[in-house]
Design a protein around this ligand. Structure first.
Ligand SMILES: [Zn+2]
Length: 238
């Protein structure tokens, strides 16, 4: 009986104070890279002696010449508008492509400080093989003490996001991938995923991703995935 009342008290405490006004969720959008690389290193997780470069720089459109940093930002800014209209508060890790990339611990700290419901990292991929193409979504591998608190929710977000972005862009579905070596994942205390929209080294995908129409498609797909993850069924992405 004592146990039961303890559990009930816990349930009551967990209820939001005002049930008629759902709190506005916060999503942190992280457009990958910046104007300049950052060759400094940082530990890949809290307390780790393994260090990785902060940012070796992104890829570039093989036909368009567009930098990945610019593409990521264009999509993120469109996505910000869609999410805000759907009643989501948005925090951006950057709003310009103008400086040295801040590194991945700094990006994760922005999400942690915002107590984000989702830390959404937006990237595009590159390969030495121009025929490689498609969309994939990465999420943190289960690492005790680092990602165990965000693993399940991140995987769920990755699944929903991958489905919506593939539907929106129509690129081949490369599926999901767990990563244990991403600094920005291991430092995150909130659910985190990284979407690779497509390959800028593939002429077809680069040409499409460089257009406003496909940047909008990408933003709509990311918005739908986010709203599904937040379980905001009635909100839409227009
Ligand atoms: Zn990237």
């Amino acid at each position: 009986m004592r146990n039961l009342s303890f559990v009930l008290a816990g349930v009551l405490l967990a209820l939001p104070a005002a049930t008629n006004a759902a709190p506005m969720p916060v999503v942190v959008l992280d457009p990958g890279h910046d104007l300049r690389t950052n060759p400094a290193t940082e530990p890949i997780g809290p307390g780790s002696s393994v260090r990785k470069i902060k940012d070796g720089g992104g890829t570039r459109g093989v036909v368009s010449g567009l930098s990945e940093a610019d593409l990521n930002l264009r999509v993120a800014l469109r996505l910000r508008g869609l999410l805000e209209r759907a009643g989501v508060r948005v925090v951006m890790t950057r709003t310009k492509t103008s400086g040295t990339s801040m590194g991945n611990i700094a990006r994760a700290r922005i999400a942690n400080r915002a107590e984000a419901s989702l830390f959404l990292r937006i990237h595009a991929d590159g390969s030495t093989d121009k025929s490689v193409r498609g969309t994939h979504t990465l999420y943190p591998a289960l690492l005790r003490g680092w990602t165990d608190d965000v693993y399940g929710a991140s995987m769920r977000a990755a699944r929903l996001m991958q489905a919506e972005v593939v539907h929106a862009l129509g690129f081949p579905n490369r599926g999901l991938q767990e990563r244990s070596d991403f600094t920005g994942f291991n430092w995150s205390d909130v659910p985190v995923i990284l979407v690779e929209l497509g390959f800028m080294t593939n002429p077809t995908e680069d040409r499409l991703l460089a257009t406003a129409a496909y940047q909008r498609r990408a933003a709509v797909g990311l918005c739908r995935g986010t709203l599904r993850f937040l379980e905001r069924a009635r909100a839409s992405c227009r």
